[in-house]
Design a protein around this ligand. Sequence first.
Ligand SMILES: C[S@@+](CC[C@H](N)C(=O)[O-])C[C@H]1O[C@@H](n2cnc3c(N)ncnc32)[C@H](O)[C@@H]1O
Length: 222
Amino acid sequence: MSDNDKVNTGHHIEDKELIKNARKPVGELGHQILDRMNKSHEAMAQWGVTHFEIAPDSKILDIGCGGGRNIERFAQQISESGRVVGIDYSEVSVEKSIELNKKSIDRGIVNVLQGSVSDMPFYDETFDIVTGFETIYFWPDFINDLKEVNRVLKKGGLVFFCNEAVYREGEMEKYDDLVELLDMKIYSEDVLKESLEKTGFKDFKAYIDEDNDWICITALKI
Ligand SMILES: C[S@@+](CC[C@H](N)C(=O)[O-])C[C@H]1O[C@@H](n2cnc3c(N)ncnc32)[C@H](O)[C@@H]1O
């Protein structure tokens, strides 16, 4: 493999063709990256979910659900009166999430759909909680997509995002390769706050894990 086949992710040197699949997993490499992300995002996700509460009857939507590990986690925390729905625009992600959550789908507490965050097939005010792990980097129109998140949340409902990368002035060079390869946007705490406040949310809170450079945020629908 030549250097041209590799990308510096800011943390490791990786195979370009595999990492390309982080944006929209397809085919065999898509399957591979989803298996990997279900494990490699676990520590961050476990940290992130300590920042909000789930009730037994919560209706939760996980956008960009990928391999479905967070759907599985939430399904373990709800009762028969709760629901977890996963949505992802990648066919392979939907397939993987369904495979991992088959038992909960059969019990009727989980559903997984293919679709884009920009135009979701849900009624207004359906969910108590909307989550997105490692996905907002790729959303095509952040402000309009946040309005769509706001639309499907109940009043007072909670939005939660968790990212492994956070924008810091003067420290972004390490991500140059990755940002170019994936055409991704790495948001700062300030931009997240401003964007959420512009799109009908209040009570913005951000939590940063300095050792790992993780950020997670919560806000409530007004
Ligand atoms: C880096 S993966 C993260 C997957 C999973 N949330 C995790 O933490 O392991 C990003 C996921 O977001 C999905 N995604 C990206 N843009 C999307 C969009 N506009 N609408 C729906 N899903 C999207 C991708 O298909 C992919 O499955």
